[in-house]
Design a protein around this ligand. Structure first.
Ligand code: HEC
Ligand code: HEC
Length: 304
């Protein structure tokens, strides 16, 4: 066991609040926009095409596929619980959920569109102009599209997992295996990087802190592998990534920014090897996987 107290206060992991505290009108408008393919150049892809809400908020691919079949450079993370992250994207280049929205709309490998095109299509819709006018004095604008989508994303929280119920004091909520896994998660030191409400999302860390991950991977190191360096230009930031939140990790294989780990067990093995410099026995890996499955909570759009 590490230095962490057991149960209640003092845990390095915090429960997800049940009420995300968002304006219901903005959430409803944001939900509609999130699922509207008119945000893409050829009306084929919505945000939800790559962030499938019923299936964990990601797309199941190692690299996302954009308009016209364009292959992106990186794995899509889940949008659930993204409101808890300190910044958005693997390299943290968007400071907020609002600032993130313009990225995929303009990215030629994603929605390949632009604000003029999107505004033209949404203004011609029979519903949107009035829906925006009812919520925003200046109506349908890029900033208000960003605001509504961000409100919707902040509503995508997944409380009431077995882990959350256990943290709230229900000693029977975790299976013995999941509880063993949580203790191992703490004692091995996973919590040094994966902690807080989202089991991550609040720090930048190097992929390969204690091992040559990219050398051993054996495939060409591309720009998407440079992480935070792409934002700061500081050589110290090469291969630094925002530590991903693990709340829905059990639902969103493959793992890592490069989608290189097909299963949760493999992701745990790679983490132990390259972040902690350890080989951990299969039984411990299975327990940690059971713990991560216990961290999956509920949202009405998420299929249990
Ligand atoms: C073609 C697939 C695709 C589409 C369409 C798409 N995304 Fe993404 N999304 C991704 C990928 C890939 C990333 C990771 C990119 C990176 O980090 O460089 C991402 C990252 C994100 C993140 C950051 C999550 C985190 O934890 O850092 C959010 C939030 C997000 N997308 C929301 C949206 C919204 C809102 C839309 C629609 C306006 C959208 N996405 C459209 C693939 C897509
Ligand atoms: C030194 C910090 C650090 C430690 C310690 C650490 N991780 Fe990670 N973890 C990261 C970073 C950074 C990533 C993203 C790496 C990437 O995508 O290339 C990550 C990614 C993951 C992922 C993949 C999530 C996804 O959505 O792709 C899982 C699962 C994971 N870690 C579990 C663990 C477990 C279990 C342990 C303990 C055995 C652990 N981590 C220890 C920093 C750490």
């Amino acid at each position: 066991m590490g230095a962490w107290a057991e149960g209640g206060r003092g845990e390095p992991v915090l429960p997800i609040p049940r009420d995300p505290g968002q304006d219901p009108g903005k959430v409803a408008l944001g939900a509609r926009l999130f699922q509207d393919p008119r945000l893409s150049a050829d009306n084929t892809l919505s945000c939800a095409s790559c962030h499938r809400l019923a299936e964990g908020g990601a797309d199941g691919l190692a690299r996302s596929v954009g308009v016209g079949g364009a292959l992106g450079p990186i794995k899509a993370p889940t949008v659930y619980n993204s409101g808890f992250n300190l910044t958005q994207f693997w390299d943290g280049r968007a400071a907020s959920l609002e600032a993130q929205v313009a990225g995929p709309i303009h990215n030629p490998l994603e929605m390949a569109s632009n604000w003029a095109q999107v505004l033209g299509k949404l203004r011609a819709d029979p519903g949107y102009p009035a829906q925006f006018a009812a919520l925003y004095p200046d109506g349908l604008t890029p900033a208000n599209i960003e605001d509504a989508i961000a409100a919707f994303e902040r509503s995508l929280v997944t409380p009431d997992s077995p882990l959350d119920l256990w943290l709230a004091g229900d000693a029977t909520a975790l299976t013995p295996q999941a509880l063993r896994g949580y203790r191992l998660f703490k004692s091995y030191g996973c919590v040094a990087c994966h902690q807080g409400v989202n089991l991550g999302g609040n720090l930048y860390q190097r992929m390969g802190a204690l091992g040559d991950y990219f050398g051993d991977r054996g495939t060409v190191v591309g720009p998407a592998d440079l992480g935070r360096f792409n934002v700061t230009g500081d050589p110290e930031d090469r291969h630094l990534f925002k530590v991903p939140g693990l709340r829905l990790a059990a639902l969103t294989p493959p793992y890592f920014h490069d989608g290189s780990a097909p299963t949760l067990e493999e992701a745990i093995r790679v983490m132990a090897r390259y972040q902690l410099g350890r080989t951990i026995p299969p039984g411990d890996m299975a327990d940690i996987a059971a713990f991560l499955r216990s961290a999956v909570g509920r949202h009405p759009l998420l299929t249990p």
